[in-house]
Design a protein around this ligand. Structure first.
Ligand code: ZN
Length: 134
C-alpha cells in the first residue's frame, strides 16, 4: 500500500490565525474539546503538527509570554497613569492577573503562529509525515 504524499504548499498566516492547518486551512489544530492540546497532525496534508518533542516550547516562551508581558505592562502603565490613587497591590495585581489571562487565552494562537513561522523558514520534509510508513 502506497503512503499518502506529503503536501508541500507554502503555509498561510490567515489559516494559522484561524487555528487551522497553515497549509490547507481545513483541519483544526486543536483536539475536539481542548483549548491547549493540538491534534496529532493534518490528515489532509499528512504531516505531524509536533515535529519533535518540545516543539511547542518555543511558542510558549517567545510568542505567548511576549504577548502576555506586553498586555501586563500596558495595563500596568495605564493603571499608573489613570488610577495612581489606587494602592500598590491593586496597581501590581490587576496587570499581573490580566497578563495571566492573556497568556491562557493566547496559548493556542502562540503555538499556531510558531508553527506557521517554523514551516515558513523550515519547510516540511518527508520526516514530518503523519504516517510513519516510507
Ligand atoms: Zn492541512
Amino acid at each position: 500500500m502506497q503512503a499518502k504524499q506529503l503536501v508541500l504548499v507554502p503555509p498561510k498566516l490567515l489559516f494559522s490565525m484561524m487555528l487551522k492547518c497553515p497549509h490547507c486551512g481545513k483541519s483544526p489544530l486543536l483536539m475536539a474539546g481542548s483549548w491547549i492540546n493540538f491534534s496529532a497532525g493534518c490528515k489532509i496534508c499528512n504531516y505531524k503538527y509536533e515535529r519533535e518533542i518540545g516543539y511547542f516550547s518555543g511558542a510558549s516562551w517567545m510568542i505567548t509570554y511576549s504577548v502576555a508581558s506586553l498586555a501586563a505592562m500596558g495595563s500596568g502603565a495605564l493603571m499608573v497613569w489613570k488610577y495612581s490613587e489606587l494602592g500598590d497591590l491593586v496597581v501590581a495585581g490587576v496587570p499581573a492577573t490580566i497578563g495571566a489571562f492573556v497568556a491562557l487565552l493566547f496559548i493556542p494562537m502562540g503555538r499556531s503562529l510558531w508553527m506557521y513561522f517554523d514551516h515558513r523558514f523550515h519547510p516540511l520534509t518527508e520526516d514530518d509525515r503523519l504516517d510513519d510508513r516510507p
